[in-house]
Design a protein around this ligand. Structure first.
Ligand SMILES: Nc1ncnc2c1ncn2[C@@H]1O[C@H](COP(=O)(O)OP(=O)(O)OP(=O)(O)O)[C@@H](O)[C@H]1O
Ligand SMILES: [Mg+2]
Length: 337
C-alpha cells in the first residue's frame, strides 16, 4: 500500500534525536580538529551546525561551512519531490491556489482520514514550496513552535523552531490537529496570520518578518471539539477555510482502487460499506468509516486476504467495541462480499 508516503512530520522527539546526533557530530568534529591542530596549529574551529535540530533525524547533516547556503539546504528535505496522488473533489485546488497567491492563512476542516493531509502535500508539490508539518499536541509549548536557546559545548545558541524556520526561509507550515495545542500556544501564530506577518522571538529579542513565500495552514476537525478544546474566535477569524468530507461514491471508489490496486468493483463495494457505516454515525457510532479505513481494507484484499476478514480487521473491529454494532456492520459487509 502506498498510503502516506510523503510524511515529514516535525516532532519534538525527532528534534531531540537530531539535536543529539548533531551534538555527537560536533563533538567528533571538535575532537578531530583538536588532534589535527597538533600537526597543523591554528586550524579554525568549524561553526556549529545551523538549524540541524529542526530537521527530521534522518536528515541531520554535518556542520555547514557557510551559513547563507544553509537556508536552502535547511528547507531541502521539506520539498515534496514526487507528485502525490490527489483526486480533486471539487474546486479546492483553484481556491487554495487563489488563497496562496494572497498568502491567506488556510484552515482545512473535515473528519479524520478524508484527505486533508494528502491535499496539503499535493498543493505544496504543485506550488513548488517546501512543507513543514507540525503534529500538534497538548504538551506542545510556544517554544516548540518558535524556538529556544540550546546549551552546547560552545555555550548557548538559538535554535529556530519549525514555525520560525518556515517564516524565516519561506515554507508552508502545516499545523496538523491544531486544536490539540493549548490556546496559549496557538496565540503565537496570531501576528503571523494578520497583515503584520511577523513572528516575534521574544526570548531572542528578534522580530522575524515572514518570507514572501511563507503561508500557514491548519487542520481542524469540527465535531471533535469540546468547549475546552476549540479554537478561539480570534484565531478562527484569521483563516480562510476549506471544507473536506468523504468524497462522493464514484470518486471515493476511484481513490480506493488507485491507492490499493483492488479492482474498481471491489473498491465500490468497500465504499458502499463505508456509506452504510456513515449512516450509523450518531446512532451508535461516534464517527463514520474514513476513506483511510477503506484503503486499509482494500490493501489487505489486494494482498490476498479474504474480503470478509479484511473488512473485519480494517473496518469493523477498529471502529466499535459494541457487539450489536459489530453485528450490524458485519452484516453490511456480507451484503457486499
Ligand atoms: N482526494 C483524495 N485523493 C487522493 N487520496 C485521498 C483523497 N482523499 C483521501 N485520500 C486517501 O485517504 C488517506 C487519508 O487521507 P489523509 O491522511 O489526508 O486524511 P486527513 O484528513 O489528513 O486525516 P486526519 O484528520 O486523521 O489527519 C490518504 O492517505 C489518501 O490515501
Ligand atoms: Mg492528516
Amino acid at each position: 500500500m502506498h498510503n502516506d508516503p510523503y510524511r515529514r512530520t516535525y516532532s519534538p522527539r525527532q528534534e531531540a534525536l537530531a539535536r543529539a546526533q548533531a551534538q555527537a557530530k560536533e563533538r567528533a568534529l571538535a575532537e578531530q580538529k583538536r588532534s589535527a591542530s597538533v600537526t597543523s596549529p591554528g586550524a579554525a574551529t568549524q561553526p556549529a551546525s545551523y538549524g540541524a535540530a529542526t530537521q527530521p533525524a534522518s536528515y541531520a547533516r554535518p556542520a555547514a561551512d557557510h551559513a547563507p547556503a544553509a537556508a536552502n539546504e535547511l528547507l531541502a528535505p521539506y520539498y515534496v519531490k514526487k507528485e502525490p496522488y490527489y483526486r480533486t473533489v471539487s474546486d479546492e485546488v483553484e481556491l487554495y491556489e487563489a488563497a496562496y497567491s494572497v498568502r491567506m492563512p488556510m484552515m482545512l476542516k473535515g473528519p479524520t482520514g478524508c484527505g486533508k493531509t494528502r491535499f496539503v502535500e499535493y498543493m505544496a508539490w504543485k506550488l513548488g514550496k517546501p512543507l513543514i508539518t507540525v503534529a500538534c499536541n497538548e504538551d506542545m509549548t510556544a517554544s516548540d513552535l518558535v524556538g529556544r536557546f540550546l546549551l552546547d559545548a560552545n555555550g548557548t545558541r538559538w535554535q529556530d523552531g519549525p514555525l520560525a524556520v518556515a517564516a524565516r526561509h519561506g515554507a508552508i507550515c502545516y499545523l496538523d490537529e491544531v486544536v490539540e495545542a493549548r490556546q496559549d500556544t496557538t496565540v503565537v501564530i496570531h501576528p503571523l496570520t494578520d497583515n503584520r506577518r511577523v513572528l516575534p522571538l521574544e526570548k531572542k529579542g528578534e522580530l522575524i518578518e515572514a518570507h514572501p513565500d511563507f503561508q500557514i495552514v491548519i487542520s481542524y476537525n469540527p465535531g471533535y471539539q469540546s468547549l475546552m478544546k476549540d479554537l478561539k474566535q480570534s484565531t478562527k477569524q484569521r483563516f480562510g477555510a476549506l471544507d473536506f468530507n468523504y468524497p462522493e461514491h464514484e470518486i471515493e471508489a476511484e481513490i480506493v482502487a488507485h491507492e490499493t490496486g483492488v479492482s474498481i468493483d471491489v473498491a465500490k463495494n468497500l465504499v458502499h460499506i463505508g456509506e452504510r457505516a456513515r449512516n450509523l454515525k450518531g446512532h451508535g457510532l461516534d464517527e463514520g468509516l474514513s476513506t483511510r479505513m477503506l484503503i486499509y481494507a482494500g490493501s489487505l484484499i489486494a494482498k490476498g486476504v479474504a474480503p470478509l476478514a479484511a473488512c473485519r480487521v480494517a473496518l469493523v473491529r477498529p471502529i466499535t467495541d459494541d457487539p450489536d454494532m459489530r453485528d450490524a456492520l458485519d452484516s453490511a459487509v456480507t451484503t457486499y462480499f
